[in-house]
Design a protein around this ligand. Structure first.
Ligand code: GLV
Ligand code: MN
Ligand code: MN
Ligand code: MN
Length: 409
């Protein structure tokens, strides 16, 4: 036993990537902060004697080395884990809670004398948030072949550096990123523990819940082009200002989503080009995030937004284009696994979520489940995200219970 607690492990990384400007944490993939988190994680895996292997896509696997039964080599692996990267100015728990809980679950399983009858690993996936290269769950998408590696290589960050360039600077060979069928074929079950990003567990007055589904979601870039010019010399009547069109688009996005019950649509990021106080922008890029349990509704919401955007752009003397950057269908986790976890964790409510996860990508390939841990603020992707110490430890214990049932069926 290491004596570690989830809260203690999170305290060890509390200073890494703290964002003094935005508040909270900014831990983009392959940043110094994320590198330091990975180093911390490798040390934690080593401390537990786990056999670490970072694959061609930068997924860190930490394998339980001992005590497997006779059929272990032939059996498919049970895997748990999450991610260490964050959104800009995010909370302390989105990702790291699942990673720290996995480490503590290893300790608990050892303390209980569990001897897995199949291979068992922890996994940490890079670029879950898509905060740097724009496509969420990039690591699990590459692993499973859910993104074309050429497209992944050419994704760029805000500095214009490509994923290929940045990956190469961080020890990966970009020629070899992409699906790893052998690695995927080894996997049997994936269970991701995650901080809840809504109010389901607050309302249910429970520490831990079981995930049932992830809303379909996608990201689109709306580029509004107008005419860049001087803020002082251009008369108001002469302007083709894409910023004005963009402002109207933000309202259109909200109103369109409101017209479809349970739809969510957000513009959380907008970039004027070139972006100067005394410059009328020549172009504004807006990123649209749209989600709904019914994929057809998501598609309608986006189509309506684009139709409205064309009208608004024309009224402002501008033009607009829409580019899909990623799209994930609604995912229902394996009902048999969910029911099994419900037996192991009696009374745990079953919840769906509007947040995306690597578990949702993996569920197309392996039996997948999620556990959620109560977040008393009900807020996420914000410094306000929170987990009580006792709930964090209850989450790790629940994860250990779930894993035990899977490792020693
Ligand atoms: C990631 O957390 C997402 O749901 O966008
Ligand atoms: Mn997450
Ligand atoms: Mn997140
Ligand atoms: Mn997520």
């Amino acid at each position: 036993m290491t004596g570690d607690t989830v809260t203690g492990l999170l305290a060890e990384i509390a200073a890494i990537g703290a964002d003094r400007v935005r508040g909270g944490y900014s831990r983009p993939v392959f940043s110094t902060a994320e590198h330091d988190l990975r180093a911390w994680y490798l040390a934690q895996a080593a401390k537990r004697g786990l056999r670490v292997d970072t694959d061609r896509n930068g997924v860190i696997w930490a394998w339980w080395p001992e005590g497997t039964g006779v059929d272990a080599a032939a059996a498919k692996a049970v895997v748990t884990g999450s991610h260490l990267d964050s959104v800009p100015g995010g909370g302390a728990f989105d990702g790291p809670l699942g990673v720290a809980s996995a480490l503590v679950a290893v300790d608990l399983l050892r303390a209980r004398g569990v001897r897995p009858l199949c291979p068992f690993a922890l996994a940490v996936f890079p670029e879950e948030e898509g905060s740097r290269f724009g496509v969420a769950c990039l690591g699990s998408r590459l692993l499973t072949g859910t993104i074309d590696p050429d497209r992944a290589r050419s994704l760029t960050d805000l500095n214009g550096d490509t994923f290929a360039e940045v990956a190469a600077r961080n020890g990966l060979d970009p020629r070899f990123v992409g699906t790893d069928p052998e690695s995927v074929a080894r996997l049997g079950t994936f269970v991701e523990l995650h901080v809840e990003q809504g109010r389901g567990l607050i309302d249910a007055q429970q520490s831990v819940g079981i995930g049932s589904a992830v809303l379909g979601h996608g990201r689109w870039r709306l580029s509004v082009s107008g005419e860049g010019n001087h803020a002082g010399t251009t008369l108001m009547a002469d302007r083709k200002d894409p910023m004005v069109a963009a402002a109207r688009l933000v309202v259109l996005v909200r109103d369109t989503a409101r017209a479809h019950p349970q739809a969510r649509a957000t513009v959380g990021r907008l970039q004027p080009v070139p972006g100067g106080t005394n410059v009328i922008a020549s172009r504004v890029d807006l990123w649209l995030d749209a989600r709904h349990m019914d994929d057809a509704v998501t598609a309608s919401v986006v189509a309506e937004i684009y139709a409205g955007a064309e009208l608004i752009a024309a009224e402002e003397g501008c033009t607009v284009t829409l580019t899909e950057e990623s799209l994930s269908a609604t995912v229902h986790f394996d009902p048999a696994l969910r029911d099994r976890l419900a037996v192991v964790l009696p009374g745990a409510p079953v919840l769906d979520t509007g947040a995306g996860h690597d578990a949702a990508i993996l569920s197309g390939f392996v039996s997948t489940a999620m556990l959620f841990v109560r977040n008393p603020s009900g807020i996420s992707h914000s410094p306000e995200e929170y987990v009580e110490d006792s709930d964090a430890e209850a989450g790790a214990a629940a994860l250990a219970d779930a894993l035990q049932a899977l490792l020693v069926p």
